[in-house]
Write a protein that binds this ligand. Structure first.
Ligand SMILES: Nc1nc2c(c(=O)[nH]1)N[C@H]1C(S)=C(S)[C@@H](COP(=O)(O)OP(=O)(O)OC[C@H]3O[C@@H](n4cnc5c(N)ncnc54)[C@H](O)[C@@H]3O)O[C@H]1N2
Ligand code: MOO
Length: 408
């Protein structure tokens, strides 16, 4: 007998080991400063405060005349106030003249309010007649003026640590004159497929070969967790090649995910390679599918050896990587919601391992997908999975089950 995974750990123990490894290796998360241009969707690593008052000066919020409100108190359509215009202030200009009683300045929206003025009357309620400006409406002090700091005073928090940079937040940050923001660095996740039978989907099929689907499904799942996947390609079941590739690629990423070669087959040497370069922490989890999963550590980085079967690889990713990767990238995790519905037909499970059974939901009933872990179509059909406890062998038709949907 080979030295394959004889010491299975149960899922709870596996979670507890993974949680402490992430805590030990990847905390606190790496932070990088990036240009606001690239910040959409990223997670802020610190509070961002405004270094200035916003608006930075008392600002006109309408086109019209800046004046003293008291000059207009009795103004009406029949009895306009008559003022003299002393200046025209465009947005971006600096007012040169003080507005005194009996005078006004023509002003554009966004321009600074001249000294002495305390209100704006909109251009629609005025008329220019010879040298005079006729004001047909009264104004109250402060009318159509956005005072300095009224939008956001200096040092106020614009966006909080851990918030996701939305278009609105990016707008507010740039309005404060900030062009770079500290964000949580996206963890780089290397993805390597192992197997002599594998070829790229872009290659021509030849007998005995299988298109590599794990690289692509795992890369998408990694992205969905807010991390950056790096597809490293396919490596043959050859000790030296696997050794060299893992040793080199671990340098370029924070976590390495491999698929295939975890089991007891002739070409399965992943365990040996990880042991020779670093250490194997777990080999074998009491879960179905995914039993031969390997978790190891190389150069203080984690390596997850997922089983080659596409269903097994994705289920193990979902159960043992997704929650930790999301936490690492700062991506908010939705509450793990499940949908409770009756089972459409009886489901047999194997005793002794927690069974994650793929299911489809139709007409408010849960249909188990009865293909094996190698069937990629079972994934494409599945809406999610149900968790069958390890001591349960049969779930009867009609019994209520909780479905964990794949896309949260
Ligand atoms: N004697 C035993 N055989 C197997 C056992 C066992 O306990 N004793 N466990 C079975 C279980 S359970 C699983 S799961 C698989 C896991 O095997 P490996 O991780 O070694 O995976 P491979 O043998 O390399 O591949 C399995 C299967 O998946 C296909 N595959 C692999 N990589 C990809 C990929 N990137 N894209 C698409 N398909 C892939 C591969 O062609 C195989 O068909 O072992 C069982 N055997
Ligand atoms: O553990 Mo394997 O992944 O059952 O199919």
């Amino acid at each position: 007998m080979g030295r394959e995974f004889l010491d299975l750990v149960d899922t709870r123990e596996a979670h507890s080991i993974i949680r402490s490894l992430f805590q030990e290796i990847y905390h606190p998360p790496k932070v990088e400063k990036i240009n606001l241009k690239y910040a959409y969707g990223r997670v802020l690593a610190q509070d961002v405060k405004s270094p200035i008052d916003l608006p930075p000066f008392n600002r006109a919020s309408r086109d019209g005349y800046a004046l003293k409100a008291e000059d207009t108190f009795h103004a009406s359509e029949d009895n306009p106030s008559i003022l003299k215009c002393i200046e025209v202030i465009e947005a971006g200009a600096i007012p040169q003249k003080k507005v005194r009683r009996g005078y006004c300045s023509r002003i554009s929206t966004g321009a600074p309010i001249p000294e002495g003025a305390d209100a704006i009357v909109m251009i629609e309620y005025t008329e220019e007649e010879d040298d005079n400006i006729l004001i047909y409406r009264s104004a109250y002090p402060g009318q159509h003026i956005a005072p300095r700091g009224s939008d956001m005073p200096k040092n106020e928090i614009i966006a909080k640590k851990n918030s996701i940079l939305s278009p609105e937040k990016i707008g507010a940050i740039s309005a404060a004159g900030i062009s770079k923001v500290p964000v949580i660095a996206k963890p780089k996740i290397g993805i390597l497929s192992t197997g002599n039978e594998l070829i790229e989907p872009s290659n021509h099929w030849t007998p005995g070969k299988i298109f590599d689907s794990n690289s692509h499904s795992l890369a998408a799942a990694v992205k969905n967790c807010g991390c950056e996947p790096k597809i490293l390609g396919i490596v043959k079941d050859d000790y030296t090649e696997v050794y060299k590739t893992i040793q080199e690629s671990i340098q370029e990423c924070d976590i390495l995910i491999t698929s295939g070669g975890t089991s007891a087959g002739a070409g399965d040497m992943l365990r040996e390679v990880i042991e020779d370069i670093g250490e194997v922490i777990i080999h074998g989890i009491s879960i179905k599918p995914g039993k031969p999963t390997i978790i190891g550590k190389i150069d203080d980085k984690l390596v997850f050896g997922l089983p080659g079967f596409p269903v097994s690889a994705l289920i193990i990713f979902d159960v043992f990587l997704r929650p930790y990767l999301m936490e690492l990238s700062g991506k908010p995790q939705m509450e793990h919601r499940t949908i409770e519905l009756p089972l459409a037909r009886r489901l047999h499970s194997s005793r002794g391992r927690i069974h994650y059974a793929l299911v489809k939901i139709e007409n408010n009933k849960v249909y188990p997908i009865l293909k094996d872990s190698g069937a990629i179509t079972s994934l494409a059909d599945a809406d999610g999975y149900i968790k069958v406890p390890k001591n349960v062998e049969i779930l009867e038709e009609g019994s209520n089950v909780k479905v964990s949907p794949f896309s949260q």
